[in-house]
Design a protein around this ligand. Structure first.
Ligand code: GLU
Length: 439
């Protein structure tokens, strides 16, 4: 067994001493990337390192067949997943993504990053994630609803307000959460708003949830800028992905006086050295579905995006975007990971050697799940808070978590990613140890 998978050299007779094939690092996929991150944190875990194997094995993996009738009368089958990575600190929590490239390895990694993220901001959850391998843009609204409802029913074994609480992720939104909530509620015979978060406000959703991830990205960006002496006024920002995360973060940075000079999404790459008109771009994206065709900018080649002159780079799309092939071209001083897993481990090292500060996903994009937690608490008490109160609590949690992680990074002279893993994995494994093994 190679050390990269971290399995103990000798194990008692009968114990599973090699990881099953689907858990092994392929070093190309997101799960391999995650395992490398765990290996890096292990030397800092002290006596809790005894439990570290827990982090390398999701607690539960459910693969479901999701059949639906298409509008043309044919029956289509899609593959769906729900992975509960760890439940030591509380119920499973994490989004559901609909994307044509979703794989089990990806959902496993995303569920593990949720465990780390939830522990990093100290919300009382374990980590989980779900997904369906489907291109939802090719489905009608009716097909999308049938897909969502059948998937919800299939994963009904695992989810519930005190068991595992899904939320939006890539290509899922409030409408999809409303269908999930309704399907679960129909199956249990009572309205259970707390089974999902990210719902529309009229269905027990929380004010500020849609903007929360972008607001969290901005909040940690401001903290890092203060600590490193980077002036936000006039700072040039490049953003990949212009949905809930990238779009809102861009808006907040522009309002703080930064210039958003380049944006890339699945419809194109645009550039304006004077700074894009962010509100106009948000309005364009709303009607056109992407940044492509925006009048107030020049078009760039996709591969030129990473080399754009800027101080702040925000990858806010999918994982595995910053790789050993493009990390060397990055000019930014600060990379803020709005997406989950956008930087490979090799690229992380290249950026570190160049002196680029990376604010890792597991803290930088934790604003979304933090306000999901507020939504869940509000649903349980049926008492709803004002948007100002929500934003103030969100900013406080993000600032405090970030300050703690910064201190650990200084203390151990490690990257902010390793520092976040140290803080989070200690919390998870301490809970694991205190609970003990059953039976
Ligand atoms: N999908 C979001 C994330 O990756 C939010 C998860 C949640 O709110 O449960 O953090």
């Amino acid at each position: 067994m190679s050390s990269s998978t971290g399995a103990p050299a000798a194990t008692p007779a009968g114990a599973v001493h090699t990881l099953p094939s689907y858990l092994q690092a392929d070093h190309l996929g997101p799960w391999g990337n995650y395992l490398q991150q765990v290996d890096r944190v292990t030397p800092y875990l002290g006596s809790l390192a005894r439990w570290v194997e827990t982090l390398k094995r999701p607690k539960r993996i459910l693969i479901v067949d999701v059949p639906i009738e298409l509008d043309n009368g044919t029956i289509a089958h899609y593959e769906g997943y729900r992975v509960q990575h760890n439940l030591s600190r509380g119920p499973g929590k994490g989004g559901v993504r609909f994307h044509q490239d979703v794989t089990l390895s990806e959902v496993m990694a995303l569920s593990a990053w949720m465990s780390v993220k939830n522990a990093a901001v100290n919300v009382p959850y374990g980590g989980a994630k779900g997904g369906i391998r489907v291109d939802p843009k090719k489905l009608s609204m009716g097909e999308l609803e049938r897909l969502t409802r059948r998937y919800t029913s299939e994963i009904g074994l695992l989810i519930g307000p005190s068991k595992d609480i899904p939320a939006p992720d890539v290509n899922t939104n409030g409408q999809i959460m409303a269908w999930m909530m309704d399907t679960y509620s129909m199956n249990v015979g009572a309205t259970a708003t707390g089974v999902v978060t990210g719902k529309p406000v009229d269905l027990g959703g929380s004010l500020g949830r849609v903007e929360a991830t972008g607001r969290g990205v901005y909040t940690v960006g401001v903290e890092a800028a203060k600590l490193t002496g980077l002036a936000l006024e006039g700072a040039r920002v490049a953003v990949q992905g212009f949905g809930n995360v990238g779009g809102i973060a861009a808006k907040l940075f522009a309002e703080a006086g930064a210039k958003v000079v380049a944006v890339q999404d699945h419809t194109g790459t645009i550039f304006n050295g004077q700074g894009l008109d962010v509100p106009a771009l948000l309005a364009h994206v709303k009607t056109r579905g992407g940044v492509g065709g925006f009048a107030g900018a020049d078009v760039m080649k996709a591969e030129e995006f990473w080399a754009v002159d800027c101080e702040i780079l925000i990858p806010a799309a999918l994982e595995g975007q910053i790789t050993k092939d493009n990390a060397g071209q990055i000019k930014a001083k600060l990379v803020i990971e709005g997406a989950n897993g956008p930087t490979t481990t090799e690229a992380d090292d290249i950026l570190h050697d160049k002196g680029v500060l990376v604010l890792p996903d597991v803290i930088a994009n934790a604003g979304g799940v933090t306000v999901s937690y507020f939504e869940w608490v509000q649903d349980f008490s049926s008492f709803f808070w004002s948007e100002d109160e929500i934003n103030a609590r969100l900013v406080r949690i993000m600032q405090e978590a970030f300050a703690g992680i910064w201190q650990v990074a200084q203390e151990h002279k490690v990257s902010l990613r390793t520092a976040t893993f140290i803080v989070a994995c200690k919390r998870i494994l301490h809970a694991r140890e205190m609970r003990g093994l059953y039976p």
